[in-house]
Design a protein around this ligand. Structure first.
Ligand SMILES: [Zn+2]
Length: 156
């Protein structure tokens, strides 16, 4: 049986849509001297439906919901990019991004990426209340949000 291979027509370069991230300190701390090279080679794909942003664990591409990118809150998008770039780094290190032995909110790769993102959010001056608002997604229950916030030392 033939495998269906996705053609790259919807694949774009990260740097076409996200400008100046190679100068962001929080990004430079993730990739170090490889920052320019990693971002230059990073591909993005637009998802046709739902969700916000993610990393494809097959190829390391950044998956982006086009509608979210055009109408989402700028600070949320910035923090999502930081979060996802952290996942790109984990992917490059060969880490399992979607380890199903764990629930989303307690998966080590998620906690690590969220901790890094919360640190950047605090540096930007976001209050814990605003960070909670950022962490909350429609698929997360209140008790899950509380558990995640606790793991990240954010007062929700
Ligand atoms: Zn994540």
């Amino acid at each position: 049986m033939r495998r269906i291979i996705r053609v790259g027509t919807s694949t774009r370069r990260f740097t076409e849509y996200f400008k100046g991230f190679e100068k962001v300190e929080a990004v430079r701390r993730i990739f170090g001297e490889e920052t320019e090279e990693v971002l230059r080679n990073l591909k993005i794909e637009f998802m046709g439906f739902g969700g916000y942003m993610g990393v494809d664990d097959m190829n390391g591409h950044l998956m982006v919901n086009a509608r979210y990118l055009s109408s989402g809150n700028r600070v949320d998008i910035y923090l999502d990019v930081i979060h996802e770039l952290y996942h790109v780094k984990q992917f490059m290190e060969g880490k399992e991004l979607f380890d199903t032995r764990y629930e989303y909110i307690e998966r080590p790769t998620e906690i690590e990426a969220y901790r890094y993102t919360v640190q950047e959010a605090r540096r930007l001056g976001l209050s814990d209340e605003r960070i909670c608002q950022y962490l909350k997604t429609e698929w997360m229950s209140d008790s899950d949000l509380k558990r995640l916030a606790k793991a990240l030392n954010v007062a929700c």
